[in-house]
Design a protein around this ligand. Structure first.
Ligand code: 2AM
Ligand code: CA
Length: 270
């Protein structure tokens, strides 16, 4: 395993321990609403501190973009993009679908990724150019070729409802054209499942870079494609993302195309 990935795995497992311990007594948690419908608990903060401490110990001059602590030294050549608890709403309810997500961006390129699901003890990892793995076994995207046979995951708009009508039109079309839709609630795991071939594709509107960075590299290294709603780069900035095996990716883009408003196109300013 690449040495930087080894450190990231250590950080993710430590955060997983913090999260699992807290999940055993959810009633005792202090929870705060960051903005409408965006919750954060002391666990998110504690897990992020653990991750940053572990990475910073090994790499004192690296930068960090963390969901809870914001940006530190992001001009650095190496910047870690961290979501300490992706799927906080699920976590707070005891719904067992959440994870730790850590990615490394080197000179703007994603090079290392870890997504760790403490409930299933699933460790998804990838290093650019070296493939994607689940618990040390190589994973690949599915080989389904038809959208109508595909299982597709998505996320519902939860805070900003400005794209709700466009989203519901996409959803309606997808319901008719696929074999099923799922809304598990953790974007990082949704992408990891595409990488593992457990889902054939995924799309969501308006996420943040920390929800997507690690999962996007997993999909890429598992032989899948990732893009914004027109198939271009820039999904980390816009937060609008489509991912899938190469055949399904194109069919997802075609299905979304009629519903794209100007704000959802690649040319839109984020
Ligand atoms: P988070 O739990 O780290 O915030 C799923 O739609 C994605 O949106 C998740 O990755 C989740 O990341 C994010 N999200 C933020 N607030 C949410 C909410 N209230 N409900 C569902 N997802 C939310
Ligand atoms: Ca998240």
């Amino acid at each position: 395993m690449h040495p930087m990935l080894t450190i990231a795995v250590k950080a993710a497992r430590r955060a997983g321990t913090v999260i699992t311990r807290a999940s055993q007594d959810l009633g005792a948690l202090k929870v705060r609403s960051k903005t409408f419908n965006d919750f954060v608990s002391e666990v998110d903060h504690a897990a992020e501190r653990t991750i940053i401490e572990t990475l910073q110990d090994a790499y004192p001059d690296h930068g960090f973009i963390g969901e809870e602590s914001g940006n530190q030294n992001v001009e650095a050549e190496n910047v870690w993009i961290i979501d300490p608890l992706d799927g906080t709403t699920n976590f707070l309810h005891g719904f067992p679908q959440y994870c730790v997500s850590i990615a490394l961006q080197q000179q703007g390129q994603l090079t290392q990724a870890v997504v760790y699901d403490p409930n299933r003890n699933d460790l998804f990892t990838a290093t650019r150019g070296r493939g994607a793995f689940l618990n040390d076994k190589r994973i690949r995207v599915s080989n389904r070729t038809k959208l109508q046979d595909s299982l597709i995951t998505t996320g519902f708009p939860f805070r900003d409802f400005s794209h709700l009508d466009a989203y519901l039109a996409m959803f309606k079309d997808m319901l008719k054209k696929t074999s099923g839709l799922r809304r598990p609630g953790s974007a990082a795991l949704d992408l990891a499942y595409v990488a593992a071939g457990w889902a054939d594709g995924y799309w969501e509107i308006g996420l943040s870079s920390w929800d997507l960075a690690a999962g996007a590299l997993l999909v890429h290294e598992a032989g899948g494609l990732v893009g914004d709603f027109e198939g271009n780069e820039g999904y980390l900035e816009s937060g609008n993302i489509v991912a899938g095996n190469p055949r399904i990716f194109g069919q997802l883009l075609q299905t979304l195309a009629p519903h794209l408003t100007d704000a959802l196109k690649s040319s839109a300013k984020s």
